[in-house]
Design a protein around this ligand. Sequence first.
Ligand code: FO1
Length: 322
Amino acid sequence: MRIVVLAGGIGGARFLRGLKRAAPDADITVIGNTGDDIHLFGLKVCPDLDTVMYTLGGGINEEQGWGREDETFRVKEELAAYGAGPEWFGLGDRDFATHIVRTQMLDAGYPLSAVTEALCDRWKPGVRLIPMTDDRVETHVAVAPADGDGERRVVHFQEYWVRLRAAVPAEAIVPVGAEQSKPAPGVLEAIAEADVILFPPSNPVVSIGTILAVPGIREAIADAGVPVVGLSPIVGDAPVRGMADKVLAAVGVESTAAAVAAHYGSGLLDGWLVDTVDADVVGRVEEAGIRCRAVPLMMTDVDATARMAREALALAEEVRGA
Ligand code: FO1
């Protein structure tokens, strides 16, 4: 079975660990979000690609869900000693090696998709990880004036999330460069050849939404003619982790499992899993033309996540047979 998964960072990576357990013989292609990418100290950092690579490759800092395990921060300390900012983004020594190798290869002219393939040669994530595009796309966030000074500011997503902790209202989310970008080699082919397409519980705006903003990807998925099944990142009207509620508000979508399904739309989604606490919305989602089931969606461990993945694949088969 060929499965295509649109993945953001921590939620997507953890879901993939369960999917691999649920479907060990499947051929899984991950289309990774690159809108979170940031250039720091002359290096290109790809948080969502690295989180998938490290999580599935066994190098992730498990508690954080990002960055490397057994990390040290000597380089970060030395940079700070020189007054070289920003200091708010925690780059560890081991992680720096990934960004140095990636940047060297990009500077040598390799596209990000080839670089990602090369980095995965080391990590062997057990899935094919393709960036959504080889072109530069960076999500920026327009935030309300902090102290009412009237100036609306636009900050890089990482600054909004890591430095501001999403504590100020987000008024607009802009995937800068998305309109001019094109799907990376292999993305449209993987979608066309897929037997099922999954939207894991990643951020529907800045992760999956950004991937869908690359011209051609949303249309390819809508036209793929195979079941597209998503899992709600919102449980009981709140994101399980991260700031999905804040960025959903910025795009005028309420932070509920039903609203996110409607946001993707029945033109894209055939099936939607909500958590058992949201069982009351199943009817409403089905009225919108999207088959819906309520199952436990807390990824407490790999077994629980594998059960979720099995439920998603089962719903896909139910949709296929409909
Ligand atoms: N998240 C934080 O909350 N604080 C950090 O200092 C931080 C550093 C960091 C470094 C590398 C990396 O790949 C991810 C990092 N993240 C950090 C997480 C990152 O903001 C998120 O993983 C994604 O961008 C959102 O999914």
